[in-house]
Design a binder for this molecule. Structure first.
Ligand SMILES: *Cc1c(COP(=O)(O)O)cnc(C)c1O
Length: 356
C-alpha cells in the first residue's frame, strides 16, 4: 500500500533518445583496441561487406561521417563549381554543406505533405546536376528508377528496411548512410557510400584519404576507425530487432493518440510501409517550440528534429516552412519502455487538452 503522506516520487524524465547496446558492443570495441588496428583495418573491410549485402549492392565504402559520404558521393558524380544540387527544403544541414563543399549551390526544393520527403518530380524539372533525397524519418522517398540526373539516396533514416523485397540503399546509382551515434545504426561517428558502380566506389575510396596524392583540397581525412566499425557491426546485427521494436512503439503511439485525436495535432503519415526512425507529430495548434517546452515541463524531452538552415531569400518552400514550424519528434527508440511511452502519451494529451 502506498503511504498517502509520502508524496509519490515524480516520474523520471523521459529522454528524447537513448542508445541501444549490450556487452557485444563493449567487447567488440575492446577487441579492436587490443588488436592493434586503431585506424582503418579489417573491421572496416568487414563492415563494408556487411553494408553492401544489407543494401543489396556490390560496393560499400566506409568514411568518417554521413556528411563525408554525401560530399564524396557528389565529388565522385562529378559535381563541382557552378553546379546546382537539389536538397529537400526540409532536411539536415549536412546536405547543403555537402553541396557547398563541392563548390556547388544547394537548391532547396519543397517537400511533400505528410511524408516530408522531397518532391522528386519537381526537383527533376529544375534540371540540377544532382539530387540528394532523404527517406525522412523513415518514410520511403519515391526516387526515379532511371533518370538523367543522378540521385543520391540518403538512407540514414531507413536503412535495413525493405519495400517489396527491395532493400533501401540500392534504389539509385549511389546511396549513403550516416552512422552517427543516434542514427538507426550507430557507432559514434561514421558513414558509408553504397553503389553498384565500381568506378564511383573507387573514387570515394581513393578520396577518403589524402596520403600519397598531390594536394588538391578535395582529399581530406574521411577514414573510419576499426573501433567504430566494430561497434557498427554489432549494431547492424541488432538492426532487424531494433526496427521491429521501433515499429511496435510507433503503432502504440498511433493507437493511443489517434483515439484522442483533436484538431490540435496531426499524426505521422500512415500510408504505406515505412521504417520508424522518428515519430514526428505536427503541432498544428501550438507550434513546435511551445509544444516542446510544455512537454519538457511535464518531464518529457521532445525535440524539433530538423533546424531551418535556409536563407530568407531561398526559393519559397511552404510545406518545408510549415514542417520547421510545427514538427515535434516524440521519444522513439528501442529501449523506450511502455511505461515511459505512457508517460509521453499522457503528457502529450495533457498539453493538447489544456489548449481548450
Ligand atoms: C545525421 C544525418 C546526416 C549527417 O550525418 P553525420 O554523420 O552527422 O555527418 C545526413 N543525412 C541525414 C538524413 C541525417 O540524418
Amino acid at each position: 500500500m502506498a503511504d498517502a503522506t509520502v508524496p509519490a516520487r515524480p516520474p523520471r524524465r523521459v529522454p528524447h533518445n537513448r542508445l541501444t547496446f549490450g556487452d557485444e558492443e563493449a567487447r567488440a570495441a575492446a577487441d579492436a583496441v587490443r588488436s592493434g588496428y586503431w585506424s582503418t583495418g579489417p573491421r572496416v573491410a568487414e563492415l563494408e561487406r556487411a553494408l553492401a549485402t544489407a543494401a543489396g549492392v556490390e560496393h560499400a565504402v566506409c568514411v568518417g561521417s554521413g556528411l563525408a559520404a554525401l560530399r564524396l558521393s557528389l565529388l565522385a558524380l562529378g559535381v563541382g563549381k557552378g553546379h546546382r544540387v537539389v536538397v529537400p527544403g526540409y532536411s539536415c544541414v549536412a546536405l547543403a554543406n555537402a553541396a557547398l563543399a563541392c563548390d556547388a549551390e544547394p537548391l532547396p526544393v519543397d517537400v511533400l505533405e505528410r511524408t516530408w520527403n522531397l518532391d522528386t518530380d519537381r526537383a527533376l524539372t529544375l534540371r540540377p546536376n544532382a539530387i540528394l533525397a532523404v527517406h525522412t524519418f523513415g518514410a520511403v522517398c519515391v526516387t526515379p528508377a532511371r533518370s538523367a540526373v543522378p540521385v543520391v539516396e540518403d538512407c540514414s533514416h531507413a536503412f535495413g528496411f525493405s519495400e517489396q523485397g527491395r532493400a533501401i540503399g540500392g534504389r539509385t546509382q549511389v546511396s549513403i548512410i550516416s552512422l552517427h551515434a543516434t542514427k538507426l545504426v550507430g557507432c559514434g561517428e561514421g558513414g558509408a557510400v553504397m553503389t553498384d558502380d565500381a568506378r564511383l566506389a573507387g573514387v570515394v575510396r581513393e578520396r577518403r584519404d589524402y596520403a600519397d596524392a598531390a594536394p588538391d583540397g578535395r582529399r581530406l581525412n574521411d577514414k573510419m576507425t576499426d573501433v567504430a566499425a566494430a561497434i557498427a557491426l554489432c549494431q547492424l546485427a541488432r538492426l532487424p530487432e531494433m526496427l521491429g521494436r521501433r515499429a511496435d512503439l510507433a503503432a502504440r503511439y498511433d493507437d493511443q493518440l489517434k483515439a484522442a485525436a483533436s484538431g490540435a495535432y496531426r499524426l505521422p503519415d500512415q500510408g504505406g510501409a515505412r521504417a520508424w526512425y522518428r515519430y514526428a507529430v505536427e503541432a498544428t495548434a501550438l507550434g513546435a517550440p511551445d509544444l516542446v517546452a510544455r512537454l519538457a515541463a511535464r518531464g518529457v524531452a521532445a525535440a524539433e528534429p530538423v533546424a531551418d538552415w535556409r536563407r530568407p531569400d531561398d526559393p519559397a518552400c511552404p510545406v518545408a516552412s510549415r514542417a520547421y514550424r510545427t514538427l515535434v519528434s516524440l521519444p522513439l527508440y528501442p529501449t523506450l519502455t511502455h511505461q515511459e511511452q505512457d508517460q509521453v502519451i499522457h503528457a502529450f494529451l495533457d498539453c493538447c487538452r489544456t489548449l481548450a
